[in-house]
Design a binder for this molecule. Structure first.
Ligand SMILES: [Zn+2]
Length: 326
């Protein structure tokens, strides 16, 4: 969930998040099932965090952090498809506050979301899996021939005004194996079976094709500080939080290898930190709009963090990786 300085947007999102919290409380009372690590299958896992209602374990073998016991994977999939009124409400907020599509070309060597792909591929066919309303496609269309995959009918319809959008799960589509690039922007954390997803991607990539992943990082300073109150674990939609080691394991098991890896964004702000320690019950990571002047302070702090350009090594709150076929 990105930082946003729009007060009206933040107010709606915080309200929505409080509803999610209530909903999660009820979900957590239902029949949850204990499971083995969804990446490596190991039975050995230890407590990692509790988000107030749901427990997350860390696999002792591959390091994956995953919901355990877990909600039924099929229910989660159906939720993304539109069965879940709360997810639909979220998508409606996203659309309501959506900026106009960018009409100017960014510098692909500098733009944070494109530079890691552009380093390896300067042209070709790109498929954004989980493209939502198509923001990433609007940005990348200047360099690549772009298409999207999106299961949610509401956001898929918005993206489809501009781009070819396949409206189903990748596993249920029969796409030709002619993609140069497949991208997963903030998708991997919600996928019940990541090995199957990576295998499906492997099938549609050309031999020299690449897979780009951007997803929460369980080794981050923010994760260790906020634990169960980290944005990544809020609510019920997060199935997995990867780090370098668990992503390497996932790659190995599904026929990929990591070509490039980095992490980004400290994601810890003083305004948040004060709330976390002084008034923890009210704390929501990056959505503490109840504080005076919150958006202005966050904007200043964010600008300072960007200027400092600090090397976080493996401790940023998101990991970014480019993979290719083994
Ligand atoms: Zn594991």
């Amino acid at each position: 969930m990105s930082l946003n300085y729009n007060q009206a947007y933040n107010r709606e999102i915080r309200k929505w998040m409080l509803k999610v919290s209530e909903y999660t409380e009820n979900l957590a009372k239902q029949d949850l099932k204990r499971r083995f690590c969804p990446v490596c299958g190991s039975r050995n896992s230890t407590d990692f965090a509790n988000n107030g209602f749901l427990d997350y374990d860390r696999c002792e073998d591959c390091n994956l952090v995953f919901m355990n016991p877990s909600l039924d994977g099929n229910n989660i999939q159906d939720g993304f498809k539109g069965d879940d009124h709360l997810l639909m409400e979220y998508f409606q907020i996203i659309i309501k506050f959506k900026d106009n599509p960018p009409v100017t070309k960014v510098n692909p060597r500098k733009d944070n979301t494109i530079k890691d792909i552009y380093r390896f591929k300067k042209s070709g066919k790109l498929l954004d899996v989980g493209c939502s309303a198509g923001d990433f496609l609007h940005k990348t269309r200047f360099f690549y021939q772009v298409e999207g995959v999106e299961v949610n009918p509401y956001t898929a319809a918005v993206a489809a005004r501009h781009f070819p959008v396949h409206q189903d799960y990748l596993s249920d589509l029969s796409l030709d194996p002619d993609y140069d690039i497949v991208t997963l922007n903030q998708i991997l954390y919600g996928v019940p079976d990541p090995v199957d997803l990576f295998k499906d991607i492997l099938k549609i990539l050309k031999d020299d094709g690449i897979l780009y992943v951007n997803t929460p990082n369980s080794d981050s300073y923010a994760m260790h500080l906020y634990q169960g109150k980290i944005n990544h674990l809020y609510g019920y939609t997060t199935q997995n939080v990867f780090n370098r080691k668990s992503l390497e394991k996932l790659a190995k098991l599904s026929g990929f290898e990591i070509k490039f890896f980095r992490t980004e964004w400290l994601d810890i702000y003083l305004s948040d930190l004060m709330q976390f320690f002084d008034n923890g019950d009210e704390f929501i990571h990056k959505r503490n709009i109840q504080l005076t002047d919150y958006e202005r302070r966050m904007r200043i702090e964010d600008a300072m963090a960007k200027r400092s350009n600090f090397d976080l090594k493996d401790r940023g709150n998101y990991l970014v990786a480019v993979l290719d076929k083994q």
